[in-house]
Design a protein around this ligand. Structure first.
Ligand SMILES: *[C@@H]1O[C@H](CO)[C@@H](O)[C@H](O)[C@H]1NC(C)=O
Ligand SMILES: *[C@@H]1O[C@H](CO)[C@@H](O)[C@H](O)[C@H]1NC(C)=O
Ligand SMILES: *[C@@H]1O[C@H](CO)[C@@H](O)[C@H](O)[C@H]1NC(C)=O
Ligand SMILES: *[C@@H]1O[C@H](CO)[C@@H](O)[C@H](O)[C@H]1NC(C)=O
Ligand SMILES: *[C@@H]1O[C@H](CO)[C@@H](O)[C@H](O)[C@H]1NC(C)=O
Length: 777
């Protein structure tokens, strides 16, 4: 009970905190002007920004002290403490593109609340790559610089060794910023730059509590180390984790790429690390502005906001647009708010939006029941039961009397009765509370083993955790089997077989239930997510200042840890983009996205369509165009290219004020569905719609491509011309896609319900495939 009270108290304090700050009236706003016109020194820019503040503030001092950031490189704007009135005056000024109020708590890193560790098999997802020469051809990404917006790095990890790496690319202009437990000696030829951005955070929370986090690029959480090593970690042999789980070679996607660390996310005061972190838009914008000037080639951003955010109010979208103008590839996580539809973040068409799916590796830990039946489970827990049967109970049978009935199976802190649970294996359900926390509660109550059952929403997606007692986790279906046994057996008994790494498990990949879904409510004319990549039970490097569960009570230290989330899948696309960038240095960021999207795979390792966590075929609002295949993406044949100006034209018809003040929208803006995107989305189709696309030949010089179409049910799709002839590399050919409702067809196309199809250009070698999503008005 004391525990519950305690967390309630801190919860109330957390609710009060923003109110206290708000009452002081002043808040951080980003005042955004678009692009710098060039020719101004940093000092002149700052003076210009200052002059805006002078025009609304009473004193020179006030104007000076209110300025938080002056964005001086590509992004033209500043962040300052303003009253709502001052902000509204600025928003009326002609040069101002948008004024964005800071939203504390809006952005966070995209890991699920699941923490575990295990041994290393991370090289695995890249294994298929090694069979061919993409890694060799790209020289393992050696000359590509990947910027990581995250919560720092643990530079001592072997994954960041620079042994045998060549000199830092001469294009690099970044710095290695000193701070707590971090100085220039912590950068090397692998981590070539590191900075941190905290002014927005501190304007809201006050000075950083330096026992919570390092005031430096160093990672006290583990997330930033995990994502950075997934993009560019070196090959580390015989890496293994607590409990002796799977050993193997660890490797990032582009093991020789250079990493530039931009720490923008921080621990939240009064809240355990396991409950999340926060990142401020004004800090991220400053980081992206620097990353562009520093010379990164790829940005990997596993951060997003929960609420749909218009592009002109979204720090990531604005920063990414400036990055893409400089031809930097920007990959972002789709979010972990699935399986509900329209939960996706980072929907901008200049970003690669990444969903998450499983890999073909499980941590098998079945349960043997008293009746001899074996039920499959998964666990990465290093504790074992004695080899015999133990009494088995459902948590609802061993709760304290005051627990609400709808939470009785949840094993929330303090809910179990030690008299009733002692010496037993206790089964709990997912839903409320953290997975690891439920196991801790079973242990606290004297339980000897722990079974974690999925809720219906989690489906078959099992997370292998590092629990504090012998434990295993089950799919929803299997959890119901156990429950049925508990209620039907006279004296239910069970044994948990210790977790063991099993490779080549089938089917894989499977879409993660948590992976956020389209359609985007911000831009329904762009099909998102773009693609899916591994994000379930992913193993990568970890911070030694954190524990595998991030819980304060957990004092275990691990070099490698398992995490789940689109946070983990995004750096896979970041790493793949680095390899593609190395092989095709002149390709635009749109060409790289197109190559990844049009070559993605739709079949699992059983040769069937990739499914969702419930076993139904996944649709493009879950997996985009499919599972990434970097090797195929290196030779896509054709690409759908798009320029910065194309994105601005797209914005003209998006209803938001233009993001670049130097660009004039035409009188009649084209439909947003006409952006030259490698997929097609048409919301609320009525009658006929015709979209335009243009392909660029990046394959061999002479080629003929033929179209094949699988129309969405109840929709007719016609493409003209049905054949495209190319006779040189770089040549462009356009075609039209005419989409029509088949009015005589009733029933199949319900109003507002999306239906899906595909069109593929093929020359017999390359299959350039695009998904189509259509809803009928
Ligand atoms: C950086 O910090 C380390 C300790 O972590 C120290 O040994 C080293 O002398 C410092 N280097 C510089 C250049 O300050
Ligand atoms: C800083 O955080 C630590 C750990 O949570 C806490 O014990 C301490 O009271 C905090 N300090 C301040 C000044 O809030
Ligand atoms: C791998 O590491 C373990 C310790 O973690 C050690 O016992 C074992 O001998 C190592 N194996 C090889 C092949 O180096
Ligand atoms: C449980 O029931 C209480 C009141 O009956 C309600 O406030 C709470 O939201 C419910 N919780 C869940 C998880 O359904
Ligand atoms: C349980 O979870 C539901 C849904 O996530 C939430 O609405 C509810 O407030 C939670 N209840 C408790 C007691 O934590």
């Amino acid at each position: 009970m004391a525990n519950v009270f305690h967390s309630l108290l801190s919860f109330i304090l957390l609710l009060l905190l923003p109110l206290l700050v708000l009452s002081s009236q002043r808040q951080v706003y980003i005042v955004y002007f678009g692009e710098h016109n060039g020719g101004k020194t940093y000092q002149e820019i700052e003076e210009t920004h200052h002059s805006y503040l002078l025009s609304i503030k009473e004193t020179e001092e006030d104007a000076k002290s209110s300025l938080i950031y002056s964005y001086k490189n590509s992004i033209n704007g500043f962040a300052a403490l303003l009253t709502p009135h001052e902000a509204s005056i600025l928003s009326e000024m002609e040069e101002v593109v948008s004024v964005i109020r800071s939203h504390p708590g809006k952005y966070s890193l995209h890991t699920t609340r699941s923490w575990a560790f295990s041994g290393l098999e991370e090289g695995r997802k890249w294994k298929s790559l090694e069979k061919d020469d993409l890694l060799l051809k790209s020289r393992y990404g050696e000359n590509v610089i990947v910027g990581m917006l995250d919560n720092g790095v643990w530079p001592e990890s072997k994954s960041f060794s620079d042994e045998g790496m060549g000199p830092i690319p001469s294009s690099w202009k970044g710095i290695c910023q000193s701070g707590d437990a971090f100085n220039s000696s912590h950068c090397n030829k692998k981590i070539i730059g590191a900075r941190y951005y905290i002014k927005g955070y501190e304007a809201y929370y006050g000075p950083l509590n330096r026992t919570l986090d390092y005031l430096s690029p160093r990672d006290k959480d583990g997330h930033g180390t995990h994502t950075a090593s997934t993009v560019g970690g070196r090959r580390v042999k015989n890496a293994s984790a607590l409990g002796g789980f799977a050993r193997g070679t660890a490797s990032g996607g582009a093991p020789r790429s250079r990493l530039a660390i931009y720490k923008v996310c921080w621990a939240i005061p009064g809240q355990g690390k396991e409950n999340g972190n926060t990142c401020f838009g004004e800090d991220m914008l400053a980081a992206i502005d620097d990353a562009i000037a520093d010379g990164v080639n790829v940005l990997s951003i596993s951060i997003g906001s929960r609420e749909p955010t218009p592009f002109n109010q979204d720090g990531i979208a604005i920063g990414a647009l400036h990055a893409v103008k400089k031809n930097i590839v920007v990959a972002c996580s789709a979010g972990n708010s699935g399986p509900a539809p329209s939960t996706l973040s980072n929907p901008a068409p200049w970003i690669i939006t990444v969903g998450a799916s499983s890999v073909d590796r499980i941590f098998a830990s079945p349960i043997v029941l008293g009746n001899g039946v074996k039920v499959m489970g998964e666990s990465a827990t290093p504790y074992k039961l004695e080899n015999k049967l133990y009494p088995l109970v459902y948590a609802g049978q061993v709760i304290n009397p005051d627990v609400a009935s709808n939470l009785s199976g949840q094993c929330l802190p303090g809910s179990l009765s030690p008299e009733k649970a002692k010496g037993k294996i206790v089964m709990c359900f997912r839903g409320n509370g953290t997975r690891v926390g439920k196991g801790m509660e079973v242990k606290r109550a004297g339980g000897i083993g722990f079974i974690l059952g999925n809720s219906e929403a989690n489906g078959n997606e099992v997370a292998a955790d590092a629990h504090f007692l012998p434990a295993t986790a089950l799919s929803y279906k299997n959890a119901l089997k156990i429950l049925k046994y508990i209620y039907s057996a006279k004296s239910p008994k069970a044994y948990i077989i210790p977790g063991k790494t099993v490779l080549d498990s089938k089917p894989a990949p499977v879409m993660a239930a948590f992976s956020s879904r389209g359609p985007s409510t911000i831009s329904p004319n762009i099909l998102k997510p773009d693609i899916t990549a591994p994000g379930l039970n992913i193993l990568a490097a970890w911070s030694k200042a954190s524990s595998p569960t991030k819980l304060e009570a957990d004092h275990r230290v691990v070099k490698y840890n398992i995490l789940s989330g689109t946070s983990m899948s995004c750096p896979h696309i970041g790493g793949a983009s680095a390899l593609l960038k190395a092989v095709h240095p002149r390709w635009s960021s749109a060409a790289i996205r197109s190559a990844l999207v049009t070559t993605a795979g739709l079949a699992n390792n059983e040769g069937n369509p990739i499914t969702d966590a419930s076993g139904y075929p996944a649709d493009p609002f879950q997996l985009g165009s499919g599972h990434f295949r970097p090797t195929k993406a290196a030779d896509p044949g054709l690409v759908y290219d798009a320029s910065y100006a194309d994105y601005l034209l797209f914005l003209c018809s998006s209803g938001v004020k233009n993001l670049d003040s130097s660009f004039k929208c035409p009188k009649h803006s084209p439909s947003q569905s006409n952006l030259n995107y490698p997929s097609l989305a048409i919301p609320k189709l009525s009658g006929t719609f015709t979209a335009m696309r243009t392909l660029t030949n990046v394959g061999s010089s002479r080629n003929v491509y033929f179209i094949s179409i699988i129309p969405p049910p109840g929709i007719s799709v016609k493409i003209w011309p049905p054949m495209l002839y190319f006779n040189r590399v770089g040549q462009k050919r356009s075609f039209t896609i005419t989409v029509k409702t088949e009015s005589e067809d009733t029933g199949t196309t319900e109003k507002d319900m999306y239906v899906f199809g595909w069109y593929t250009w093929s020359d017999g070698i390359h299959n350039v495939r695009s998904p189509v999503a259509v809803s009928v008005a």
